[in-house]
Design a protein around this ligand. Sequence first.
Ligand SMILES: Nc1nc2c(ncn2[C@@H]2O[C@H](COP(=O)(O)OP(=O)(O)OP(=O)(O)O)[C@@H](O)[C@H]2O)c(=O)[nH]1
Ligand SMILES: [Zn+2]
Length: 218
Amino acid sequence: MATAFPVDENPGSDVPRCEIRAEVPVPIEAGGRTLTARMVTFSGLVDGREHLALVFGEELAPVPLVRLHSECLTGDVFGSGRCDCGPQLREATDRLADGGVLLYLRQEGRGIGLYNKLDAYVLQDQGLDTFEANRRLSFADDERDYRAAAQMLRALGVDGIRLLTNNPDKAAQLTASGIEVHDSVSTGVFLGAGNRRYIEAKVLHAGHRIALTEVAPA
Ligand SMILES: Nc1nc2c(ncn2[C@@H]2O[C@H](COP(=O)(O)OP(=O)(O)OP(=O)(O)O)[C@@H](O)[C@H]2O)c(=O)[nH]1
Ligand SMILES: [Zn+2]
């Protein structure tokens, strides 16, 4: 299929190549405007999942701003305040509106899936934090694997990025998969009535770059 993106001539990584399957222009609300983003799908992703890229702007910068957003149906779609995913997704599209890439990764529940995440919520309501609840369900703290994200970026002709995240594991895994992370740009901290413990747990268990003073009770 014809593509507007450059072909990656120099993969430089042992992560298998994948190809662009389709590109579709889609109107998106971002930065207070309605923009046309290109939605891009892929063939040959290493985990076989239906991940999606949203590309903003006509031409990508040599080192574009990129957000890896992990699917959160409860927060992204239904506006749940148990986490900060919905506000982070809207922040990301606003910041990318003038150019950049959002990878919408089908990694619901940090990779354990929606039903298991809801089981984890039951345990959290009994006092466990998000990571402890994962372990009680016999999962690792975080089951996400970003090799498919690296494949997607390379298929888009991107091998160096500025990464919008507070999570050091995203940068480490992309680097291991051959993507050069020039800079990690912090996302906002979206503290709400129901997500203080969730955000604190990310700092304590996963080393997220958020000052605990930003989430301390007033
Ligand atoms: N297992 C589990 N996953 C959760 C829970 N709450 C939200 N998630 C998932 O967590 C993922 C988002 O990850 P976060 O840890 O909030 O943030 P991050 O993506 O690691 O880091 P940033 O790039 O800084 O946003 C989404 O896939 C959510 O579905 C929970 O209680 N348990
Ligand atoms: Zn969420």
